[in-house]
Design a protein around this ligand. Sequence first.
Ligand SMILES: [Zn+2]
Length: 375
Amino acid sequence: MRFQDIPGLKLVKKQLSRAVQDQHIAHAQLFQGPVGGAQMAMALAFVSYLFCTQRDGDDACGTCPSCQKVHKGIHPDLLFVFPSITTKKVKDAESDAFLPEWRNFLLESPYRSLPDWLLYLGAEGNRQGNIPVEETRKLVQKISLKPFEAPFKVVFLWNAESLNASSGNALLKTLEEPPSSTLFLLICSDPQKLLTTIISRTQRIQVGTVEEEALAAYLVSKTEIDIEKAQRLAMSCEGNISWALSKAANENLSMATWFAEWMRAVYSKNLTKLSHMADDFDGLAKEEQKGILEYALHMFRQCLYQITGTPELIKSLEKERAFIANFSKTLHQDAISRMSEKVSEVYYHLERNARAKMVHLDLSLQLIRLFHAKN
Ligand SMILES: [Zn+2]
C-alpha cells in the first residue's frame, strides 16, 4: 500500500511523508476516519514509506522487499492486533490465531469495517468481536524484542474501539513507558469510545473523509461503473469506501449478468425468454434501461476490439473477459457494428419516451436476425 494507491487526502499524505523525512515520528499515533474510511490504508502507506529502502520522493517504491512484505502483511516487524472471536477451534479470542485470515482480509481491501471482518470470520448473530486483556499482555512480551529488519517495530491496533477497560488499561501502561524503537498505530473511527487517557498519549492523525471527486474517480477505476453513478455513490457513502466499492461492484455485476442472459437468449432464439426479459426491462427505471443499453454498446465495442485483433484496447473486468472472448467467436465485425447501430436507435427512442417493452422486444428480434444472418 502506497500513498498513491489511496484516493485523495493529499494533505494527510504530505503530513505523514514529511514526518518520516524529518524523522519526527511520534511513538503512538491515532489514525482516525469514518467507518469504512482510509485510516488503515493510510497507516499502512505510512509504514511502507517508513520501511521502504528505495523511497521515491514522497512515496514508497512499492517493489523493494520491504514494501512487498508490508503489502502482504508478513513483515517480521509488523504486529497486528484486531478484534476476534472464539470458535470451536480457537478458545481464546486472540489475533494470532486469525492471522492468515487477517492478512487476506487486508490484502483484499484495507477499507473495510468491523462488521465486514466479523462476517469474514463467519461470526454468527450479533457477536461483537473484542480485544481481550491477554492479547495486550502478550503484546508487551512481543515488543520487548528488538526489531528484526526495519528501524521500528510497528503495532497496528485495528479498531481500537474494541479495547475494553482492562485491555485498554494494560495497553496504557505500555504507551506510558514505550519500549524504544516501537511505534503504536491505533486505527479507529469512533475515538469517543477510547479511554481519554489513551487518547492523551497519542498524536491524532485526522485522516478524514476522501474527497467526493477523488473517490468517484477511484470507484470508476476499480469497478468501471459510469462516472455519474460513481459520483452519486461518492456523495451518499459518508466516507465509507468499503460500502461504496461493494455497491459499485454489485451494480456492475447485475448489469453484466442481465446483459449476458439477454445475449444468450438472442443467440438461442429463445423467444419466451426474450418476452420475459422485455417485461423485466419495462419494469426498470428509465435510467437503468439506458444503463443496460449503454453497457451493451460498451460490450459490443470490446468485442469489436477482440475481432479486429486489437485486444490490448479492451477495457473490461476480469469476469467479463470470458464473455467477450466467446461472444466474439460467434460474430462478424459487420454484424456487431449493425447490432450497435440498432441499440443506439433504441436508446434514442427510449429518451423520447417510446414504450420500453415494445422497443426492447423489437430490438431483441432485430438482434436475432443480425446474429444469425448469413454473411
Ligand atoms: Zn520500497
